[in-house]
Write a protein that binds this ligand. Structure first.
Ligand code: C2O
Length: 533
């Protein structure tokens, strides 16, 4: 293993899309940003320099950051932001992971334009556990607003209403052919008979997406940098923060085939039916070929998502064994959802809020990890509730008094504790799917179901043999998902819905994992250039 050095210069760049220009924050002037390549076991050192007016941080989404929580990146959770003119060196080792991940800004809504791919190749001499693809392609899905995104969210927070949806979805930064404005869209060039490994990343802020290519099927081989049992599908379902490696065989007639992305079940209030397209083009395609079209899943195509998620199983081979915790120290029930609180200054007299167990998380002004490490009191409390304050019919009609409380609360775990969280979706305003992300760990998704979780019967059908291993999981609409992990990484770790609007509304919390007693069971000391608040 080697050390790989990168330099990320955060700079503004005037960018034109959908026939409108605006300055955006970029890394090294690129949108999407540069790809970070490494091999399993390598150490990555990224010097991030802030040349813009806004505060910045970068998060290496899905990188375990074993004992290096200082390099995780979420603002006010593991670090204070990098201020204008300052720099910070992220330094971490890629342990026990290979595949595709993403990096993105982790402050306000900056990740709209500040994101890119992380490609972790197997160790030198180690092959993929599936037939070697002839070529690889990175496909980053995103969203584009014609107006400034921070203005969009600030206005929404003032009015208490949901923010505007994006003006288009993008594939590798390109909106598909749009009405009233010609744009070319993304083209994937293929050669007949060859196999392509598509590294698909959903970097969108607020949309779970379907991904399809006309006339072609995918073999899914990995998600969130964990190998899966290969399975075939014609539709990929991917939430923000998730990554999917899929093999595509160019086995159709020479020609042009539509690549389509479309949203799954947005909030009912802010409907988004934006479909964006690109083109898969075979080498040797004649000049004016017909284009093969594809069907688009309806926006509420829950059966497709269920089918896709049910097919995901960890590889569980001799080389890549599944290690599900079988005994549980902390059995938690997190009721997660979106609701409204009264608000006299808001447009409708109410404010949309989101919460876990009725706590709407308030960002501290000092980073939690610093407060924990240096014993600074008054920054957070340890009383994050392990279950809802009172139980009710989570997926039915909500009780009347559901006003949330504000707090910066963490849930404390001892080193190596095992945790099960049942993420129970609620339907206070509307049933909605929540792609929930846990920092610092991979977890196993051992079970899921519709309606209310039944602690007596549902565990009987848990998959403890080959559940998929991920860092971000969809909590099904009006249903639940159960995840398990081992708290073998000391530090402070964020858990939140990866729909940015829900995070902003408060659908977030943090775990505090104490140091263990052993020699390699403590968080390393903070780097000397750690930004100050
Ligand atoms: Cu990809 Cu906390 O985020």
């Amino acid at each position: 293993s080697i050390i790989r050095h990168y330099k990320f210069d955060l700079v503004k760049k005037n960018t034109t899309k959908l026939c409108a220009s605006k300055p955006i924050i970029t890394v090294n002037g690129k949108f999407p940003g540069p790809t970070l390549y490494a091999r399993e076991g390598d150490t990555v050192i990224v010097r991030v320099v802030n040349h813009v007016r806004d505060n910045v941080t970068i998060h290496w989404h899905g990188v375990r950051q074993l004992r290096t929580g200082w390099s995780d990146g979420p603002a006010y959770i593991t670090q204070c932001p990098i201020k204008t003119g300052q720099s910070y060196i992220y330094n971490f080792t890629l342990t026990g992971q290979r595949g595709t991940l993403l990096w993105h800004a982790h402050i306000n809504w900056q990740r709209a334009t500040v994101h890119g791919a992380i490609v972790i190749l197997p160790k030198r001499g180690v092959v993929y556990p599936y037939t070697k693809p002839d070529k690889e392609a990175i496909i980053i899905l995103g969203e584009w607003w014609k107006s400034d995104v921070e203005t969009v969210v600030n206005q929404a927070m003032q009015s208490g209403t949901p923010p505007n949806v994006s003006d288009a979805h993008t594939i590798n930064g390109l909106p598909g052919p749009a009405t009233n404005c010609s744009s070319k869209g993304y083209t994937l060039h293929v050669e007949s008979g060859k196999k392509y490994l598509l590294r698909i990343i959903n970097a969108a802020l607020n949309e779970e997406l379907f991904f399809k290519i006309a006339g072609h099927k995918f073999t899914i081989v990995e998600v969130d940098a964990s190998y899966t049992k290969p399975f075939k599908t014609d539709t990929i379902f991917i939430g923000p923060g998730q990554t999917t490696n899929a093999i595509l065989k160019a086995d159709q007639q020479i020609g042009k085939y539509i690549i389509a992305i479309s949203p799954f079940m947005d909030t009912i209030v802010a409907t988004d039916n934006q479909i964006s397209t690109g083109i898969l083009r075979y080498k040797g395609t004649p000049k004016f070929p017909p284009t093969t079209l594809t069907t688009i899943p309806p926006r509420n195509a829950t059966p497709i998502t269920t089918n896709f998620l049910d097919s995901l199983k960890s590889l569980n081979s001799k080389e890549y064994p599944t290690k599900v915790p079988l005994t549980i120290d902390h059995s938690l029930l997190f009721a997660i959802g979106v609701g409204v609180n009264p608000c006299s200054t808001c447009v409708n007299g109410t404010r949309v809020v989101a919460d876990i167990n009725n706590v709407s998380f308030v960002m501290p002004t000092t980073a939690l990890l610093q407060a924990h490490y240096y014993n600074i009191s008054g920054v957070f409390t340890y009383d994050f509730p392990g279950k809802p304050p009172n139980s009710y019919n989570y997926t039915g009609t909500p009780p009347v008094n559901m006003q949330t409380i504000n707090g910066t609360k963490v849930y404390k775990l001892a080193y190596n504790d095992t945790v099960q969280i049942v993420l129970q979706g609620t339907s206070i305003i509307a049933p909605e799917s929540h792609p929930t992300h846990l920092h610092g760990f991979n977890f196993y998704a051992v079970g899921k179901g519709l309606g209310n979780y039944d602690p007596k019967n549902d565990p009987k059908s848990f998959n403890l043999v080959d559940p998929v291993e991920r860092n971000t999981i969809s909590v099904p609409t009006a249903g639940w998902t159960a995840i398990r992990f081992r708290a073998d990484n000391p530090g402070v770790w964020f858990l939140h819905c990866h729909l940015e609007v829900h995070t902003t509304w408060g659908l977030k919390m943090a775990f505090l994992v104490e140091n263990g007693k052993g020699p390699n069971e403590s968080i390393l000391p903070p780097p000397s250039d750690l930004p100050k608040c």
